[in-house]
Design a binder for this molecule. Structure first.
Ligand code: ATP
Ligand code: MG
Length: 449
């Protein structure tokens, strides 16, 4: 059914790439499925004489009947040429130079076809650079569409929808893998993981999200190479963490990642306990991910700070116990120091931004204050801005530890909230006002002279 042709190979590529073209009447992607802004970008590039394709997750998801998260465009226009075509264009990125076409809150990402790396390019480290492990540090060599396809990660992420003829172009066997439910890296798996170790995490995410099987040759090298994640910048891993665990597949992703040894490099303080599903740490992590999936399914919000509080709680408590044995400090002081220690250790692998790490520490410290049940203090605590999170966390601990005392404490706070409904529903701004902060700043008049 699909028309086959031989695409011209460019420059240094040895064998010509075989391209499969699936014409419009033989695939289900309709222009009605494509966002208005993405279509605008595709058409403008096309009318200016450039090649313009949709590529990656959006083509894959549309073929699988899944609503795409976003639409990525790829073209033979250089970032500078793209900028000249669109007034609403911003050029971004050093590692990957990209154009963002901005329509209010909607952003269409436009990339230029990436080319192959060569020694010649590696000498010029403005364009491309690898570290000693073979990891790509910079990747701005432009090339042909065939080369671009080879540079992508998985075969089913390298399908191109052409705005010129509405056909899909497949250079790497992505269509066949998609039909077979097979997640397969393009090229030699180990080399591709070394080039970018984040692909190991992406493999798990796509497999669970789309119900695919990671091909054995791609699955096998992962445990051996998982340690390469140590070299990934902590800020990038935070972004990956969000994609991985805030998408209703947190439990499945955790289980597969842990089995493949990918959790330990992300959470070194959990390395040993995560080997034992009976350990309290393991049970807590699992429960936190199960709850996350459940909350998202109910359209409730999930805060990464809360999730991190759960993942790192027992390592923090263990550290606080050590500190209390070493020095005669109060439990509160020991928690403060232990929190800082654990946040510091964790930041080497995944950098949790302050807007999340501060609430996480609040949740931890609240666990001590929630032990205090004297009538006056406890009612006052209900208006703490993080009370709700701290209380939910107490209940979570009660479930995980199956400890009657903790459960009883949880029931105390449940009852107290029911008895004092006005005391809990305090928005942070109102809380400020209660403490006497003025509604508006008024400028003092200068004393008359
Ligand atoms: P989703 O957006 O649903 O998470 P996606 O496949 O669109 O999935 P993106 O991170 O948006 O993922 O990347 C877009 C495309 O860029 C991918 O489909 C793939 O072709 C390519 N790509 C992304 N990351 C890599 C990588 N680390 N190595 C090689 N190619 C990549
Ligand atoms: Mg995407």
């Amino acid at each position: 059914m699909a028309k086959e042709a031989i695409a011209s190979s460019s420059k240094k590529q040895a064998a010509p790439a075989k391209v499969v073209c699936i014409p419009r009447d033989q695939h289900p992607i309709s222009r009605n499925d494509i966002s208005e802004h993405a279509l605008k970008v595709l058409y403008r590039l096309h009318k200016a004489g450039f090649d313009a394709y949709l590529v990656g997750g959006c083509v894959r998801d549309l073929l699988l009947g899944v609503q795409p998260k976003d639409f990525d465009v790829v073209t033979n226009a250089t970032p500078e040429q793209i900028k000249q075509l669109f007034r609403n264009c911003r050029l971004i990125g050093r590692r990957f130079r990209l154009a963002h076409i901005v329509y209010g809150r909607d952003v269409i990402e436009v990339a230029t076809f990436r080319g192959h790396h060569s020694d010649e390019h590696e000498d010029d480290n403005k364009l491309s650079r690898k570290n000693d492990e073979g990891m790509l540090l910079r990747d701005n060599v432009y090339g042909s569409i065939e080369e671009d396809a080879q540079r992508r990660d998985f075969t089913l992420n390298a399908l191109y929808y052409n705005i010129a003829d509405f056909a899909i172009y497949d250079f790497v066997g992505g269509m066949a893998d998609l039909e077979a439910g097979n997640l397969k890296l393009i090229g030699e798996p180990e080399a591709r993981y070394r080039e970018d170790p984040v692909r190991m995490i992406r493999a798990v995410r796509f497999a669970t999200k789309l119900g695919l099987r990671i091909e054995e040759s791609c699955r096998k090298p992962i445990p051996k190479l998982a340690h390469l994640l140590d070299d990934i910048p902590a800020a990038r891993l935070f972004e990956e963490f969000l994609k991985m665990f805030l998408n209703q597949k947190a439990q499945a992703n955790f289980e597969v990642m842990n089995e493949l040894g990918l959790m330990a490099p992300l959470f070194p303080v959990l390395k040993t306990p995560l080997k034992d599903p009976q350990s309290i740490e393991y049970r807590m992590v699992l429960q936190a991910f199960i709850d996350t999936d459940l909350r998202l399914a109910q359209n409730k919000s999930v805060n990464p700070g809360y999730l991190f509080a759960a993942l790192l709680w027992y390592p923090m408590v263990a550290r606080a116990d050590e500190i209390m044995q070493e020095a005669s400090l109060s439990e509160f002081d020991a928690y403060q120091i232990a929190s800082a220690d654990i946040v510091g250790l964790q930041a080497r692998s995944i950098a949790l931004p302050k807007r999340f790490s501060l609430p996480m520490r609040d949740i931890w410290l609240l666990q001590l204050r929630l032990q205090q049940t004297s009538p006056r203090k406890s009612i006052r605590l209900l208006s703490h801005p993080k009370f709700r999170a701290g209380y939910d966390f107490l209940l979570l601990r009660g479930r995980v530890e199956n400890d009657p005392q903790l459960r009883e404490l949880g029931e105390f706070w449940t009852q107290l909230q029911a008895d004092h409904p006005d005391a809990t529903a305090v928005a942070p701004t109102q809380a400020k006002r209660r403490t006497g902060a003025p509604r508006r700043r008024t400028r003092r008049r200068k004393p008359s002279q």
